[in-house]
Design a protein around this ligand. Structure first.
Ligand SMILES: *[C@@H]1O[C@H](CO)[C@@H](O)[C@H](O)[C@H]1NC(C)=O
Length: 723
C-alpha cells in the first residue's frame, strides 16, 4: 500500500520531525501523546506547541465529521422508491452504500488523509471531552511565563472540572497573582448558547425584556446549532462499544441494533446541550422553556405577533397546556383574524423528526428488548408503549401527590455521573419516598471527618463562642454550634488548628457545589447559613424519652399540619431554597434524620448519619423533617442552607473567605510553587487534602471589628438554625 500523506506525516511525527512539513491534519491522539512526553521531559516550548496542535487537530476533526454528515445527508434521498421490479432491499442498500462512500470521500478530502488514522481510543477521546489537555497546557504556559494563556487554559479546564482541587488552588493563586488580568479568566471552549442563555435569564429576571429577547433568541439559535452538531457526531462514534455482541447477530438484527443506538444517541443530544459543562443535571425542557420565556418577554416589549408565534411554538411540545392555550386565545383576539399565528417552522420539523425517532425507538423497546430513557418530558402519552406507560403514570402520580406546591415539577430523570470523583448517590428522591431529596456518600473521607470533629472538640474546649448549652428543643441534650468564620477566627488566635478550620470552609464549599450541580443546573446557589453543630445526650435522664432532638419543620415555610399546607412567609427563612447536612460520625444512639408528610407525623423516610454522608433536599413544604432524640453519645454535622438569590447570601461567608485569602497571601509570596505544578497535570482531585499550614500567624486583633459584628448576627440566627 502506498504511504498516504497522513500516514507519512504521523511517521515523521513519531520520529520527532517538526510538524511544519506536514500539510495534512496530524491525528490528535499522536500529537497529544507527544505533547505529554514533552511535558514530562519538561520541554515546555515543545509541550505547549504540541498540546495546542492536538486541540486544534481535534477541533478540525470534529468539524470535518459534522460537515460531512451534513453534506452527505443532503444527497441521500431517503424517500425515493427503488426502480420498478427491484426488491426494496436493493434500493435501500444502494443508498446506504452511496452514503458510506460519500462520507469516506468527504472525510478523506477534508482531512487530507485516511479517516481511519483519526480514530483514537475511547480513553483519549474522553480526555478531550473533559478538557484534560488544558490542564497540561496551563502548566506549560506558566513555565513559559505566558501568563494570559496559562490563566485562560486553567480557567477553561476548571469550568468543566469544578471539583478538581489542585486546579482550584492554582486558580486561587492566579487570582492573587500580580499582573493577571480579569479578562484572562475566559473559557476558550465556551459554548455560545450558554453565554447567551445565562445573559438572557439575567435580563429576564431584571425585567429588562428587550435585552432578554435578544439573548434568548441567540441562545436558542446557538443551542439548535449545537444540537445539530451533536446529532451529526452520533453516526460515527459507536464503533468500539458493541462490536463483540453484534458478531452474533444476523444482518438485519445487527443493522437494527446499530441504528437504534444511533437514534438513542441523537435523542440524548438534547441533554448534552442543556447540561452546562461541569454540571450533573441538565436544564429541564431547555428548548420548550425558551418559548415560554420568549412569549412573555415579547409580550412585555409590545410585540404581540412574535409573542403569539412563540406561544404557538410552545404548544407544539405541550398541545394541551391550558395556561398557554389561554394566552393564545388572548393573542388571537388582540391580533385579529387577518394575522394568522403560525409556529416556527424549524421547531415544527424538530418536533416531527424527534417524534419519528422516538416511535422507532419505542418499537424496539417493545419488540426487540431495547431500553430507553426518554430525555424529553413532553413526549405524548400515545407514543409510549403500554408496558412503559403504566410505570410512567405511576411516577407522575407520585410526583403530583408528593409535591403539591411545585406545579412545574416533572418526573426526575436519570442523572449523569457526579463531577466529583468518589462521591456516590446512595438514594435519590424515589428511594427516599419523596421529591427533591438525595443522599450522597463519600463527600468526606474518614480522616477529614476526624479533622472536623477535632475542630468541634477544640472549639468546645476553648470556651470561646462555642459554649455548650442546653438544646433549645429538648432539655435532654446539650447543643453546640460553630460558624465557619468563628472557626477561622479561633484558628487565627491559635485556639484551633488552622488547617481544620479551613477544611470546614472547604467541606461546606464542596457540598455547595454538589447540591448546586445536582439540583439547580442552571442557577448558582449561594450560602445562606452554615454551621458545625453537635448535639450530645445528657448523662442519665434518657430512659423512655419521647421527645425529638429537633421537632418536625420545613426550612423555608411555616408548617401548618392541620391545614395540610406550609406558609411561605416570615418569620420563616423564605429565601432559603435548598438545605443540606453533611454528617461526620455515627458513634451515637438515636439521632436519625426523618422526613414526614405535611401532617408532620407520617414518617416517609429515614436517614442514618455517617461520616461523609450528605443529605440534601429542597427547603419547602414538600420536605418536612425532624431528628430523633440522641440518647447516647454525640452527633456532629455541618448544617448548610442555600439560596438562589445573591442578595440573601451570607455576609459572614465573604468575610471568612477574605480571611483565608489574606492569611494565605501573607504566607506565601505570590508564585506557584514548583512542586505543586509539576503534579498539576496528573492530579485527580479525589483527595481533598488542604495544604499544610505554613506557620501560625497571630494577627487576631486586626479584624476584631468584624468579629464582633458577625458574632451578633450569628447568635441571633442560631436558635432556629440547627439541625
Ligand atoms: C420508603 O418507603 C418504603 C415503604 O414504606 C420503606 O420500606 C423504605 O424504608 C422507605 N425509604 C427510606 C429511605 O426510608
Amino acid at each position: 500500500m502506498p504511504a498516504s500523506p497522513g500516514r507519512l506525516c504521523s511517521l515523521l511525527l513519531l520520529l520527532g520531525f517538526s510538524l511544519g512539513s506536514c500539510s495534512s491534519l496530524p491525528p490528535f491522539d499522536l500529537l497529544y501523546a507527544d505533547g505529554g512526553r514533552a511535558y514530562f521531559a519538561q520541554d515546555w516550548p515543545r509541550a505547549a506547541e504540541l498540546l495546542q496542535r492536538s486541540l486544534h487537530s481535534y477541533a478540525r476533526l470534529q468539524d470535518a465529521r459534522r460537515q460531512c454528515q451534513r453534506g452527505c445527508q443532503a444527497e441521500a434521498g431517503w424517500a425515493a422508491r427503488p426502480p420498478l421490479g427491484q426488491p426494496w432491499e436493493t434500493g435501500f442498500f444502494d443508498r446506504v452504500l452511496q452514503r458510506a462512500e460519500c462520507l469516506e470521500e468527504c472525510l478523506g478530502r477534508r482531512l487530507d488523509g485516511q479517516p481511519s488514522l483519526h480514530r483514537a481510543s475511547a480513553e483519549i477521546q474522553q480526555d478531550f471531552e473533559e478538557r484534560e489537555p488544558y490542564n497540561y497546557l496551563q502548566v506549560a504556559f506558566f513555565k513559559l511565563k505566558r501568563l494570559d494563556e496559562a490563566v485562560s487554559s486553567a480557567h477553561t479546564f476548571f469550568v468543566a472540572n469544578p471539583q478538581h482541587l489542585q486546579m482550584r488552588e492554582d486558580m486561587e493563586k492566579y487570582q492573587r497573582m500580580a499582573g493577571v488580568k480579569a479578562e484572562s479568566f475566559r473559557d476558550l471552549e465556551a459554548m455560545p448558547h450558554w453565554v447567551a442563555y445565562e445573559a438572557g435569564l439575567h435580563h429576564y429576571s431584571a425585567d429588562d425584556y428587550q435585552q432578554a429577547v435578544a439573548e434568548l433568541e441567540e441562545s436558542l439559535g446557538e443551542g439548535l446549532l449545537a444540537l445539530q452538531d451533536c446529532r451529526a457526531l452520533c453516526e460515527g462514534l459507536q464503533e468500539e462499544e458493541e462490536e463483540e455482541e453484534e458478531t452474533q447477530l444476523g444482518l438485519y438484527e445487527a443493522i437494527a441494533a446499530h441504528y437504534i443506538q444511533v437514534l438513542k444517541c441523537r435523542q440524548k443530544c438534547v441533554l448534552d446541550i442543556s447540561t452546562k459543562p461541569g454540571r450533573v443535571s441538565s436544564v429541564e425542557d431547555f428548548i420548550p422553556s425558551h418559548f415560554d420565556l420568549l412569549q412573555f418577554a415579547y409580550d412585555q416589549v409590545g410585540n404581540q405577533a412574535l409573542a403569539a408565534e412563540c406561544a404557538a411554538t410552545y404548544l407544539l411540545f405541550y398541545p394541551s397546556d391550558e395556561r398557554m392555550l389561554e394566552k393564545m386565545k388572548q393573542y388571537r383576539t388582540a391580533l385579529g383574524a387577518e394575522a394568522p399565528v403560525v409556529p416556527r417552522e424549524v421547531i415544527r420539523s424538530y418536533v416531527q423528526r424527534s417524534l419519528m425517532e422516538k416511535k422507532l425507538i419505542y418499537y424496539a423497546v417493545e419488540h426487540l428488548g431495547e431500553t430507553f430513557d426518554d430525555p424529553d418530558p413532553w413526549t405524548p402519552e400515545e407514543l409510549i408503549p403500554e408496558s412503559m406507560k403504566a410505570k410512567h403514570r405511576e411516577d407522575q402520580e407520585r410526583q403530583r401527590l408528593e409535591a403539591p406546591d411545585m406545579e412545574q415539577q416533572q418526573p426526575q430523570r436519570q442523572r449523569g455521573p457526579l463531577p466529583f470523583e468518589g462521591v456516590t448517590i446512595a438514594m435519590d428522591s424515589q428511594q427516599l419516598n419523596g421529591s427533591q431529596r438525595v443522599v450522597l456518600d463519600r463527600v468526606l473521607t474518614e480522616s477529614e471527618c476526624k479533622d472536623v470533629l477535632r475542630l468541634a472538640k477544640a472549639a468546645g474546649g476553648s470556651g470561646d463562642g462555642y459554649r455548650g448549652r442546653r438544646s433549645p428543643h429538648t432539655p435532654h441534650e446539650r447543643f453546640e454550634g460553630l460558624t465557619v468564620l468563628k472557626a477561622l477566627q479561633l484558628a487565627e488566635e491559635g485556639t484551633v488548628n488552622w488547617r481544620d478550620a479551613k477544611l470546614l470552609l472547604q467541606a461546606s464549599e464542596k457540598s455547595r457545589e454538589i447540591v448546586e450541580s445536582y439540583f439547580t443546573p442552571e442557577k448558582k446557589l449561594y450560602f445562606s447559613f452554615t454551621h458545625l453543630v453537635c448535639r450530645t445526650a445528657a448523662e442519665g435522664e434518657q430512659e423512655g424519652r419521647m421527645d425529638l432532638s429537633h421537632p418536625v419543620h420545613a426550612d423555608n415555610c411555616l408548617l401548618d399540619p392541620e391545614g395540610n399546607t406550609c406558609w411561605k412567609e416570615p418569620p420563616a427563612y423564605i429565601y432559603r431554597d435548598y438545605s443540606a447536612i453533611l454528617y461526620l460520625n455515627d458513634d451515637f444512639q438515636g439521632g436519625n434524620l426523618f422526613f414526614t408528610e405535611m401532617d408532620a407525623v407520617t414518617v416517609t423516610a429515614q436517614v442514618r448519619p455517617k461520616c461523609g454522608r450528605l443529605v440534601a433536599f429542597s427547603s419547602g413544604g414538600e420536605n418536612p423533617h425532624g431528628v430523633w432524640a440522641v440518647t447516647r453519645g454525640r452527633r456532629c454535622a455541618i448544617a448548610l442552607w442555600y439560596t438562589t438569590s445573591p442578595e440573601h447570601s451570607e455576609q459572614e461567608r465573604a468575610q471568612a473567605e477574605e480571611l483565608v485569602k489574606q492569611k494565605e497571601a501573607e504566607q506565601e509570596e505570590s508564585h506557584l510553587d514548583d512542586k505543586e505544578n509539576a503534579e498539576a497535570g496528573r492530579s485527580t482531585g479525589d483527595s481533598p487534602e488542604p495544604p499544610a499550614p505554613k506557620g501560625r500567624a497571630r494577627s487576631a486583633g486586626r479584624r476584631s471589628k468584624q468579629h464582633s459584628e458577625s458574632g451578633v448576627q450569628s447568635k441571633g440566627q442560631q436558635t432556629r438554625d440547627e439541625l
